[in-house]
Design a protein around this ligand. Structure first.
Ligand SMILES: Cc1ncc(COP(=O)(O)O)c(C=O)c1O
Length: 401
């Protein structure tokens, strides 16, 4: 079980008494991660993979150690983890680096964040590849059979989220990978909302690529990771090339390195990557199972409370077992942005409002073109956070009666 009082002490942002329910957008950062970032600046502030002096060696060691910790978090090998800026860059790297032929097809879903959607639209327009969108039911639920008619021999890639950033629903990724592999296609999993909140095991999933961000998993901003299965790395070209990514260069030629170095041209986000490694350690110490269980209890409390407030419409399944700790809703008669401002003004409760970078889902599944209010929980939220949120929302709803 997660020791919530101890966990909360690690997060300086919470000392203000504010109630942070927007971890889906970005998470808070605990002291051990902040300390690790500062350690780099204080003690071995040098470039990585270059210098031979002591501090440079220490920086390289810390950077590579961070890669190993992030790899451990998802059960990958260190050389399968590439540091990038964020999940968006990781997805773009695959869109640009995996060469597509005219007539091939990409399959994605209506649930996706724009970062895992418009990249495929652009590719479709530029390269004349096909794009097939799998539609969910009204609650955002998808079953393996929904994918069968979309995935065929022409499919080069299936790009699917493991957790919706709006509804918290979790498409059956393991079954989708199986179906896709049977047809000879690759699978890119958008793990931006799953890796921070639950045990994700790339070996068990057998996915080919996995994208996620450091800033959503208690790490710093400016760093993310892309998992590429070891034997597929020769099929994926880097987005950028330059210093640090070469094995040899002559006047008329260059040869790229193999492994992560091939994709990490230029000076990487060193402090940020070291911080992301520390965040992986922090999460593993708390225990991904404990985090998942803690969030499920809070989500259940939130869903039960919302059901008792007049005028609230909750999107997605009402059953906390069927979703992660992300709950989007509307209050009838009030714009979602006004609800968010009212929650903040009345009680310092921070929630997101708008379309959450998922317009196709809002327009075509939720029928909420003006957006929704989204409250999301993480390991540092407690029952009181949820209760204050619910009480304030009830007060707001009464002003509309
Ligand atoms: C499901 C999902 N995918 C991708 C992203 C993009 O992440 P980032 O902005 O860190 O690149 C997000 C961000 O909210 C997300 O929720």
């Amino acid at each position: 079980m997660l020791d919530i009082n101890n966990v909360r002490k690690d997060f300086p942002f919470l000392r203000s008494g504010r109630i942070y329910l927007d971890s889906t957008a970005t998470s808070l950062t605990p002291e051990p991660v902040l300390r690790k970032v500062l350690e780099y600046y204080h003690e071995y502030r040098a470039n990585v993979g270059r210098g031979i002096y002591n501090a440079a060696q220490a920086a390289t060691f810390a950077y590579e150690n961070a890669r190993a910790e992030v790899a451990k978090l998802i059960n990958a090998k260190p050389n399968e983890v590439i540091f990038v800026r964020n999940a968006t860059e990781a997805i773009n790297l695959i869109a640009n680096g995996l060469k597509f032929q005219e007539g091939e097809k990409i399959v994605t879903t209506i649930l996706e964040h724009h970062s895992n959607y418009i990249v495929w639209l652009r590719l479709k327009n530029a390269k004349k590849v096909g794009l097939s969108i799998v539609k969910s039911d009204k609650e955002g639920l998808l079953s393996p059979s929904d994918f069968i008619s979309h995935i065929d021999r022409r499919t080069r890639l299936v790009a699917v989220t493991q957790t919706s950033n709006v509804l918290g629903v979790r498409p059956p990724v393991k079954d989708i990978v199986k179906l896709a592999h049977e047809e000879g296609s690759f699978v890119l999993v958008d793990g931006a909302q799953s890796v921070p909140h639950a045990k994700v095991d790339v070996k068990e999933l057998d996915c080919d690529f996995l994208a996620f961000s450091g800033h959503k998993m208690c790490g710093p901003t400016g760093v993310g990771a892309l998992y590429i299965k070891e034997d597929l790395q020769e099929l994926v070209e880097p987005l950028c090339i330059g210093g640090g990514s070469i094995e040899d260069v002559g006047i008329e030629y260059y040869r790229l390195r193999s492994g992560p170095g091939k994709y990490e041209a230029g000076t990487p986000p060193i402090a940020e990557a070291i911080g992301m490694g520390a965040a992986a350690v922090y999460l593993m110490n708390v225990g991904m199972g404990n985090i998942e269980e803690h969030e499920r209890k809070l989500t259940k409390r939130m869903l039960q409370g919302l059901a008792n407030i007049n005028g609230i419409v909750v999107y997605g399944p009402r059953d906390a077992e069927k979703r992660a700790g992300i709950v989007s809703f509307n209050l009838k008669g009030m714009n979602p942005h006004d609800v968010a401002v009212a929650l903040d003004t009345a009680s310092g409760v921070m929630v997101r409002s708008g379309h959450h970078c998922a317009l196709p889902l809002h327009k075509h599944v939720l029928n909420a073109p003006n957006g929704t209010v989204r409250a999301s929980v993480y390991l540092y939220n407690n029952n009181e956070d949820v209760d204050v949120f619910l009480e304030t929302l009830e007060e707001i709803s009464k002003t509309l009666a």
